[in-house]
Design a protein around this ligand. Structure first.
Ligand code: UD1
Ligand code: MG
Length: 455
């Protein structure tokens, strides 16, 4: 991340009060997720490029839930309420008291416009050196309902909302993204003068350039790629935003040296970290909180969340790593294996058909096919410890709490309820009995019964 381009302190004002009616959702719009994180978190992370001294989130619709999310994502941010949603200008004005003692620039961002790049924010900052007000625009493929930016050379004369525009103004394709920057006190003073005499009856933030011009202040527009201004108002747009996020994140991973033969099939989270020269095979899903170190291989159809995979590990195909799975170097987790809240030691192997939960598996241990840690008694969870180089026979039930010593063995099919000392062999299954000839006699009798019925 490059440093902000000015010494002037910045404050972010993130608008998150709108109703988001078109989402048709009980969940407030800023909390809908992209790459596993609320879109508000993406907006906050985009704004971090400015290294803001203050962050004000304007909440309204679903304020309690949005404020709880802010406290979780960015506890240093402040929330101010907009009790009635009277327009974007009115929303920004709610931050006036909070920023009364703030000497610097305010940057207005929308919680539902999460992909503004660092380069764009820095370009806005640079433009502030020459102009009092800087708004962010883009050339829209379909200008539709966007506000239109009316320019004279590099001067932004006015932003006219589509609802209020003449046919000639509607023909303008330079559209308003909604982002605007200016000295905080100046912006607030201008907003205090904004009226609501317009088609929507709202207090428009977009009136600021024109009101500024009347006071001798200059305004300009910075232009960014349309994709960055992607706003989310409906589920369709949310799905499009997810696709945009996924594509960008995949490209970033490929650039960082990750091998992905079929990147379009790999689903990533906002914080997925995969080291260089790691391989992610087709159809892998990453939930939040996953770190994969260099050189590890994640094979097809695996699902990982909140886990850590170290160098040299091979995971999958068809593996599931749940929260708290910690794989040390060169560990192996094979097909149809689920690991939860468990450490798998260096070089340890869980190759097939196992559930390992609440466990510590020692270095070099081998868990045979079908090994299960019985960690839950219906009320509480208990831990299983397997010592270094222990060998757990296929289909062993490890009934926790239980400890298997280093280099101990368990016989296949054992139900282990007591600790096994280091180096011991535990056999916990009934002894086999062979009854000579009985198998064939039984089958003959059954066949005879069946033949009798068919007659
Ligand atoms: C706004 C701009 C328009 C621009 C478009 C880009 C105005 C008047 N218009 O229109 O020029 O092209 O965004 O998407 O600014 N919000 C509040 N409180 C309110 C109203 C809105 O917090 O009272 C928040 C919303 O939650 C949203 C953002 O402000 O995050 C934008 O509001 P929205 O109603 O979507 O504005 P548009 O009509 O799309
Ligand atoms: Mg909008």
């Amino acid at each position: 991340m490059s440093a902000p381009v000015t010494q002037r302190p910045s404050a972010l004002i993130i608008l998150a009060a709108g109703a988001g009616t078109r989402m048709a959702s009980e969940l407030p719009k800023p909390l809908h997720r992209i790459g596993g994180a609320p879109m508000l978190a993406h907006a906050l992370s985009a704004g971090a490029a400015l290294e803001p001294a203050r962050i004000i989130v304007v909440t309204g619709h679903g304020a309690d839930a949005v404020e709880a999310a802010v406290a979780d994502i960015a506890p240093w941010a402040e929330c101010v309420r907009q009790d009635q949603q009277l327009g974007t200008g009115h929303a920004v004005l709610q931050a006036r008291t909070a920023l009364a003692d703030f000497d610097g620039d305010a940057f207005v961002l929308y919680a539902d416009t999460p992909f503004i790049s660092e380069a764009t924010l820095h370009a806005m900052q640079a433009a502030r050196e020459r102009h009092d007000i800087v708004a962010l625009g883009f050339h829209a493929a379909e200008p539709g309902r966007y506000g239109r930016m009316l320019m004279e050379d590099d001067r932004l004369v006015r932003i006219v909302e589509a609802k209020d525009a003449t046919p000639e103004q509607l023909a303008v394709t330079l559209c308003n993204s909604g982002l605007v920057a200016g000295d905080a006190a100046t912006l607030m003073a201008l907003l205090a003068d904004v009226g609501n005499d317009n088609a929507a009856g709202e207090y428009y933030l977009t009136d600021v350039p024109e009101l500024g011009a009347a006071k001798g202040l200059s305004a300009t527009a910075i232009i960014c790629p349309e994709a960055e201004t992607l706003g989310i108002n409906s589920r369709i747009e949310l799905a499009r935003a997810e696709a945009y996020f996924q594509t960008s994140k995949r490209l970033e991973m490929l650039d960082n040296g990750v091998t992905m033969p079929a990147p379009d099939t790999v689903h990533l989270a906002f914080d997925t970290h995969v080291g260089g020269d790691a391989t992610v095979e087709p159809y892998v899903v990453f939930g939040p909180g996953v770190t994969v170190e260099s050189g590890a291989i994640i094979r097809s159809f695996s699902h990982l969340e909140d886990c850590h995979v170290s160098t040299g590990c091979i995971v999958g195909p068809y593996a599931r790593l749940r929260p708290g799975a910690e794989l040390a170097n060169n560990a192996r987790v094979g097909n149809f294996v689920e690991i939860k809240n468990a450490q798998i030691g260096e070089g340890a192997k869980v190759p097939h058909l196992s559930y390992v939960g609440d466990a510590d598996i020692g270095a070099g241990a081998n868990l045979g096919a079908g090994t299960i840690t019985c960690n839950y008694d219906g009320v509480m969870k208990h831990r299983t410890t397997v010592g270094t180089r222990a060998f757990i026979g296929s289909n062993t039930m490890l009934v926790a709490p239980v400890t298997i010593g280093a280099e101990a063995l368990t016989a296949s099919g054992s139900v282990i309820t007591e600790d096994v000392p280091a180096g011991a062999l535990a056999v916990a299954r009934s002894k086999q009995v062979n009854k000579p000839g009985l198998g064939r006699r039984l089958m003959d009798r059954l066949r005879a019964i069946k033949a009798g019925k068919e007659q």
